[in-house]
Design a protein around this ligand. Structure first.
Ligand code: SAM
Ligand code: SF4
Length: 339
């Protein structure tokens, strides 16, 4: 009887097990959110991108090394040509039980088109970024987004049986008057909701992060004046801390890299669409995995490069936003590593 050798788990120098890989499958996007990108962006030449077959090989090597959760992100993952063929192919790891979860973070613009196929591939949850329920404000934040299309996408995902978690970046003076509305809407439609602090990543043109930054510690304290928030132990493998909203029965997560550093429990690494592995969202250090991938048909050089990279995963990030630190902490945009 043949036996499959148990995967050797990836453990970093601080004893953290790495079982979660986020993959930015493209740096391109059909939106230009003000906190994420400048309106005029120079994207990578298509020739620099890993092919879908190479992305599959990369992801599968990580699965072989004990990664149990894969999240595809971007840029906008669903604008990459033929992305469904990659998702279909990766879904084999769900069927073998090697992977617990295959999921994506999306702006929702293409979700109506793909929801049923995603569900058929075993995608059970998606994160959809939606910072406002006001169509005018939505256009101002995303610059190019179409609100109705995103609403249709969210409805299609729900109809296909996919759980939707809404991600909202908390933006001072932009959507901070709408948090109650978002909580009520998510409660009504059965979506969990996560608030995210603005992170200082990449140049965003004329805007400054200091103008946008709203500490979630303040948001949470304010919400507690009107909602009964009960701490719960819910974990999704990501960095959010959750409360239950007793009035709606829904959950709210808070991702607070700036007001509460969550690095001590970090279990993830991030791969870009060119095959660069970032061991920390908030640090520049990275490892090139494309060269070892292309060097040989065998995965041995790639696996060695992954293990070496995990061996230098840093302890944490150094994000700060204040008057003296009003420059991006890292030069790359969130769309390079996908958040
Ligand atoms: N395009 C997809 C989307 O918007 O969901 C996936 C990629 S996007 C970069 C992933 C998440 O990062 C989104 O929820 C977005 O709101 C968030 N994001 C982008 N730039 C950010 C920043 N500077 N600080 C905090 N969150 C950011
Ligand atoms: Fe595109 Fe997502 Fe960035 Fe908005 S947050 S510009 S949707 S990658």
């Amino acid at each position: 009887m043949s036996s499959i050798p148990a995967a050797k788990p990836l453990i970093d120098p601080f004893g953290r097990g790495i079982d979660y890989l986020r993959v930015s499958v493209t740096d391109r996007c059909d939106f230009r959110c003000v906190y994420c990108m400048a309106e005029e962006m120079t994207f990578l030449p298509k020739a620099d991108l890993l092919t879908l077959e190479e992305l599959d090989r990369m992801c599968s090597a990580f699965v072989g090394l004990g990664v149990r959760k894969l999240r595809l992100t971007g840029g906008e993952p669903l604008v990459r040509r033929n992305i469904m063929s990659l998702i279909e192919s990766l879904s084999r790891h769900l069927r073998t039980g090697a992977l617990d979860e295959l999921t994506l973070t999306t702006n929702g613009s293409q979700l109506a088109k793909h929801a049923e196929a995603l569900a058929a591939c075993g995608v059970k949850r998606v994160n959809v970024s939606l910072d406002t329920l006001d169509p005018g404000k939505f256009l101002a934040i995303t610059r190019w987004g179409k609100f109705a299309q995103v609403m249709d996408g969210i409805a299609a995902a729900k109809a296909a049986g996919i759980r939707v978690k809404i991600n909202a970046v908390a933006l001072k003076g932009v959507n901070d008057d709408e948090f109650d509305t978002l909580i009520g809407w998510c409660g009504k439609h059965g979506h969990d909701l996560t608030f995210i602090e603005v992170m200082p990543m990449g140049d965003i043109g004329g805007e400054t992060r200091l103008d946008q930054y709203l500490p979630l510690s303040l948001v949470r304290a304010d919400l507690a004046n009107r909602w009964t928030l009960t701490e719960i132990d819910h974990r999704t493998g990501g960095p959010a801390r959750y409360v239950r909203v007793e009035e709606t029965g829904g959950r709210i997560g808070f991702i607070t890299p700036l007001t509460h550093n969550f690095c001590e429990s970090c279990n993830r690494v991030r791969l870009t669409c060119t095959g660069t592995l970032y061991m920390c969202l908030g640090q520049e250090d990275a490892a090139d995995l494309r060269a070892p991938l292309r060097q040989s048909e065998s995965d041995a050089p790639l696996i060695a490069a992954i293990e070496e990279a995990i061996g230098r995963k840093p302890k944490g990030h150094d994000f700060i936003i204040d008057r003296r630190h009003n420059q991006p902490a890292v030069a790359r945009h969130m769309s390079v590593t996908g958040g």
